[in-house]
Design a protein around this ligand. Sequence first.
Ligand SMILES: [Zn+2]
Length: 396
Amino acid sequence: MDCEQIHRPERCVGCGAPLHEGHEQRTYTARYELDVVPPGEGMKGFVLHQTKHLHREVRCGCGHWTRAKPGRGPAEAEWTVALTEWHLAGPMLVALICSLALRLRLSRARIQEFLHDWLGLALSVATINQCLHEAGRAVAPVVQDELVQAVREAQLLHADETGWKQWGQPVWLWVMTCATATLFVVGRRTREVVQCILGETFGGWLMSDGYAAYRDYTWRLRCLAHIERKARGLKDSLERQARSFGSQVLTVIEQVMAAVYQARSSPPTMPLRIQQAKSLQALLAACIKHAESGHGKTRQLARELLNDWDTFWVVLDHPELPLTNNEAERALRHWVIARRISQGTRTGQGTRAFANLASIIDTCRKRAVSPWPYLAEVLRHRRKGLPAPSLPAPTP
Ligand SMILES: [Zn+2]
């Protein structure tokens, strides 16, 4: 389906007088836009629209010619991709390409094949790449302002990290996720990344692994499932001391978890700390003993427990807090598969676009809102040089 849209300036830039159709005018430039639009009445599915945009210049009574220019966002040092209505792909088509690349994890070449075979659209891989970078740039202020703020204000935050690749070089993909937001960041230096995201004043509960970068924060939690997995591994070891230490750790973790579940359903008669004091005392002694063990994995587990000793048992005082870091691990899993398919990202801009889009998509999903219309709306605004609309509120 094809149509034409005429753009006229509303006011004279020379004298500020309103302009209307009666004034002398001419088309000074035209551009095509391809977009996915809602189907007409009685129809369902996908409709692809080609719009010819005619940009007029109008002559005011004062003699000045004023142009209705296609929108363009101002230049920003860290982005080479332009944010502009000059681009061929319309906002919903760009959102569709983001969905194919990020949610469906298709490579650029597969997206090209899909658009060609199913929609009869011949877009180059470079254009597809440009769409993804432009969308990533468009949402950047939302990520910087709203998502970082949501994470900093979280009462309970899950953090985790996994390996990522940028142009074949190993870097880290970090995730910070709370009840209403998920933030992804790709970076190198660990401590700085954490401090940069959380700031100096983060005051919520922080569930994380044992990375030293997290130890600056006061209200920390550690994942018990993580230790449980390691203890289970030791229990199956051929080494006698490792086996016995592994089963001791496993027994304590299972007891603690059972006590927490119990306390959640009915208040305990005795505080959990006191209930578990004896077995924790015995485990502490065993950890101290095994911290110098000649068996590598035994020594590592003993030291890991000692390094964060109090943090592991916070749930005994606060049984309402989570026992595991599953929230963060689940948030990373989708992208671990994406990394295996795509070999990561290639450029700094590609990496930032990826992390921004992943953050927006997963936050919308967490809020039970479809990310695609929102993404298209952000592009529509940002291509005109306007601020991005706020993230949709969570669906109750
Ligand atoms: Zn004028």
